[in-house]
Design a protein around this ligand. Structure first.
Ligand code: AKG
Ligand code: FE2
Length: 347
């Protein structure tokens, strides 16, 4: 893991860029903000830009934590109870802007029409009705390690988490594929396209909300058509999943995609055995990071699997609260599933 500790001068420079944008934008979800985020990211301190560019360019590690941004806990207000029906104007605006700009140094933040009302920036906090579930909004259950959106060919290149509060120091777990010891015979099987990964709960119909923030920007017919295709894609991925390889890229320095919880019951006997051996090897390499308020954690979703330790949620407005972004290195790959070249929601 790499860590960049911001200096007071960096914090001051970030504050000045955020001031400017916060005067003119009241949410990072607006097309207006998003259209200039890239430009303003270039005004972040060079130390920050250098570290993020290196992380992107040479892949020196699968996890980078940027620490030192101050968080005024009282100013945040209570941790929300749910993201459904959340107002567009939020007390986290200044943190959201700083986080969005730093993430923008790795690529383009994207959202899913099927997740959290189509918002680009997601909330991670415990939700009572999901307390016992394998989902980012659960708490009581260990969130088993996984590749984010593993089932989807357009899954994110980076998963970015910004911590607003984390009472009790709940650990985000991580394992870098570079640290996983894999025997040669196993490596061979894992590199063959013979594994099925099903869509996780956060994409399924029961967690979908029909109004997507971006709808106002396009004609209803096109949105409806894209939305239908997206729902069909998830249904098809459930009923008739494409086989994939769990290791890909360079054979001696591979990338990984795996989500054992959503592969249960979907594998043949030999694949199941290979997955069990692979899982045990990943468990051996598991470590983690306790995010503190103000920490921004960038996880390379091609190299690192991540999860979260269980915790007892209080549901009283003081619970753990993270903001989350998916960042794509190349927006063009998803153009067929977005409304326009500058739209960031994948249907
Ligand atoms: O809560 C965490 O630390 C990680 C949650 C997670 O897996 C995610 O947001 O994708
Ligand atoms: Fe995740």
């Amino acid at each position: 893991m790499r860590r960049l500790q911001l200096h007071p001068g960096d914090v001051e420079a970030i504050r000045s860029v955020v001031d400017d944008l916060a005067r003119r934008h009241d949410t990072v979800e607006s097309a207006g903000f998003q259209s200039e985020a890239r430009l303003w990211a270039d005004e972040l301190p060079r130390r920050v830009r250098r570290e993020l560019h290196e992380f992107h360019r040479t892949e020196p590690s699968g996890v980078l934590v940027v620490s030192g941004l101050p968080v005024d806990d009282a100013g945040l207000g209570p941790t929300p109870a749910h993201w459904k029906g959340k107002p567009e104007v939020v007390p986290t605006l200044r943190h959201d802007i700083a986080f969005f700009l730093v993430a923008q140094l790795l690529g383009e933040p994207i959202g899913w029409a099927t997740q959290q009302d189509g918002r680009i920036m997601h909330d991670i906090f415990p939700i009572r009705e999901h307390e016992h579930e394998q989902i980012g909004w659960g708490s009581d259950e260990l969130l088993t390690w996984h590749t984010e959106d593993a089932f989807h060919p357009l899954r994110t290149d980076y998963l970015a988490l910004m911590c607003l509060r984390n009472p009790g120091g709940v650990e985000t777990t991580t394992a870098d594929i570079a640290d996983v010891r894999i025997e040669d015979d196993l490596r061979e099987i894992l590199a063959e396209p013979r594994f099925h990964i099903l869509p996780d709960n956060s994409h399924r119909a029961e967690n979908r909300v029909d109004a997507v923030a971006e709808d106002g920007r396009a004609e209803d017919g096109r949105v409806a058509a894209l939305r239908r295709r997206s729902a069909e894609r998830v249904e098809r991925a459930l009923s008739d999943p494409e086989p994939v390889a769990l290791l890909f890229g360079a054979p001696d320095d591979p990338y990984v995609v795996v989500d054992p919880y959503y592969m249960q019951g979907a594998l043949g006997a030999e694949e199941q055995r290979a997955l069990e051996r692979f899982s045990a090897a990943i468990d051996e390499a598991m470590s983690g990071v306790v995010l503190r308020p103000g920490d921004m954690c960038f996880i390379d979703n091609y190299r690192v699997v991540h999860g979260r330790k269980p915790f007892r949620a209080r549901f009283d407005g003081t619970d753990r609260w993270l903001r989350r972004l998916n960042v794509a290195r190349d927006l063009r790959k998803s153009r067929a599933f977005r409304l326009g070249a500058d739209h960031r929601v994948i249907y």
